[in-house]
Design a protein. Structure first.
Length: 328
């Protein structure tokens, strides 16, 4: 067994600097098999196990939300994650959502509830965000209402004298519709310098109409990413330009730059391996700055840190909008 593990570690070392897609997939396969053996024989540290679970979480989320979505692969990944880390709130939440999407109401309730039941005092690497806690409770209510509706439908089929069951004066149908409306209020995710929240498609349209004069919007919820300053016209950008601008804005909330190294390797948002040089990065930033100028900025908002291969953005008021299950 030790010989086989040593062989796998050697394979990983040989593939370390190779970045094509085939090698990346093979590397992931070898890494998973190696970690399974280490965990099985209790030969892994807590730090190494946590890092491995984080890799699995990224893989599962990509299978769930990436360009070629595979809900079965995502479900299998979350099942394995929960086998390794059964007190993982986010994994329970994401796994529950997959069951919700398949109308498997009971399984969805079970895992939404498990996500909520993880003690807050427990130091999890994957805690639920505040809006996820709220939505988990709404999902539980909605799934329960669907179970009640299905049961009443079956009962009605057996007894033509249909029931008219209500809950505190509200019918199951009305309750279900109300819960669905509440869930639709957070279909999109909005990130600003003030934090993150869920918004509805209607609120998104209102946001487009009411942008402040110097407020920048970058949207990923339409056919192509676009940027808009105030009430000016939309200015479409390439998906790759959108990824870089989004990352710069998110990093700016903590007054941090985006380094060249952070843009190299596999980019899950566009399912592409990027191997940028410093010249490539500069050209990319020049193009994004030009797009921002076309929107109305008079100076280049993205500037380099002197002597460093990194850029930062100087925009205080911005909005990033994406669908809830897109990468942010």
């Amino acid at each position: 067994m030790l010989e086989k593990m040593s062989e796998m570690e050697l394979q990983l070392m040989e593939m370390k600097d190779k970045k094509n897609i085939v090698t990346r997939q093979e590397k992931s396969r070898v890494r998973r098999n190696l970690m399974k053996l280490k965990i099985r024989f209790d030969m892994v540290s807590n730090e190494e196990k946590d890092a491995y679970i984080e890799e699995l979480m990224e893989y599962a989320f990509y299978e769930k939300t990436g360009k070629y979505r595979d809900s079965t692969a995502a479900s299998n990944a979350y099942e394995y994650i929960l086998h390794l880390d059964h007190q993982n709130p986010e994994a329970h939440y994401r796994y529950a959502y997959l069951h919700y999407s398949k109308r498997d109401w009971l399984k969805a309730i079970e895992h939404f509830q498990r996500a909520l039941n993880v003690p807050k005092k427990q130091d999890s690497n994957f805690p639920l965000a505040e809006d996820q806690v709220i939505k988990a409770k709404l999902f539980i209510g909605y799934c329960a209402a669907q179970i009640a509706k299905d049961s009443l439908r079956e009962a009605n089929a057996l007894n033509q004298e249909a029931f008219n069951l209500a809950y505190e004066g509200i019918s199951i149908e009305e309750l279900s519709n109300q819960l669905k409306q509440q869930l639709e209020k957070t279909e999109f995710t909005l990130i600003t310098s003030r934090g993150t929240q869920g918004i509805s498609p209607k609120k998104y349209i209102e946001l487009l109409d009411k942008l402040d004069k110097e407020q920048l919007l970058i949207s990923f919820v339409e056919d192509q990413p676009f940027i808009q300053l105030g009430d000016d016209a939309k200015n479409t950008v390439s998906p790759w330009d959108g990824v870089i601008l989004k990352r710069l804005l998110v990093k700016s909330m903590n007054n941090l730059p985006v380094t060249l190294a952070e843009l190299n390797g596999f980019i899950p948002e566009i399912e592409t391996i990027k191997e940028l040089t410093w010249d490539n990065y500069r050209q990319q930033v020049r193009r994004i700055n030009q797009s921002l100028k076309e929107c109305g900025f008079t100076e280049n908002p993205i500037v380099a840190d002197a002597g460093m291969q990194r850029y930062r953005i100087h925009i205080q008021d911005f909005c990033i909008v994406a669908r809830e299950d897109q990468y942010l």
